[in-house]
Design a protein around this ligand. Structure first.
Ligand SMILES: CC(C)(COP(=O)(O)OP(=O)(O)OC[C@H]1O[C@@H](n2cnc3c(N)ncnc32)[C@H](O)[C@@H]1OP(=O)(O)O)[C@@H](O)C(=O)NCCC(=O)NCCS
Length: 149
């Protein structure tokens, strides 16, 4: 599998993010970041096929005083392509994209089931477990530094 991670228009990854993260939403429903002009959308592409995605937005991190903070959202890999490093590659692209934009911290609201995945990619757990109201799923806030200092 030859994968590349590229910055894309939001619409390129909307369906993957919907299907993976909001399967109860109708096809065509806008996802987080699709209407935000400062959102950066990344796709993992196998040829023309979108197999992974994430969204990056400049957004303060509630637990650290770091003005150059970016939030990671919409992290999704096609179920048929999981556990092959797609997610890790997308996160690598996210770190590069944030670093290129002068960001210094990348954070996310991590589903409990994905905590080990984020830890393996340099994130640390920063909060006790809480239930995220929209999904009703247990989450932790996690973060990682993305550049020296
Ligand atoms: C989390 C996710 C993006 C990882 O993508 P991936 O391409 O499989 O990532 P990698 O191959 O780099 O890493 C695989 C690791 O992800 C984790 N993982 C596996 N299945 C998972 C699942 N259903 N949900 C969350 N994490 C999972 C495991 O730690 C796995 O390690 P393993 O292969 O040794 O078991 C992908 O599992 C996914 O889309 N999950 C559903 C949506 C989700 O939970 N997104 C994160 C919201 S905070």
């Amino acid at each position: 599998m030859t994968l590349r991670v590229a910055m894309v228009e939001a619409a390129v990854t909307t369906e993957l993010r919907r299907a993976v993260l909001r399967p109860h939403h109708a096809v065509g429903t806008l996802m987080f970041g699709d209407d935000l002009p400062d959102a950066v959308h990344l796709a993992a592409l196998d040829g023309d096929v979108v197999v992974g995605a994430c969204v990056l937005v400049p957004h303060p991190y509630p637990h650290r005083n770091e003005p150059a903070a970016w939030q990671l959202r919409g992290m999704a890999t096609d179920p048929a392509r999981r556990s092959q490093g797609v997610g890790a590659q997308v996160l690598g692209g996210a770190v590069d994209a944030v670093t290129d934009r002068g960001g210094r911290l990348l954070w996310c609201m991590a589903r409990q089931v994905a905590v080990a995945f984020y830890e393996r990619n340099g994130f640390v757990v920063d909060t006790a477990e809480y239930v995220e109201p929209y999904t009703g799923l247990p989450h932790h806030d996690m973060y990682r530094r993305v550049s020296a200092g």
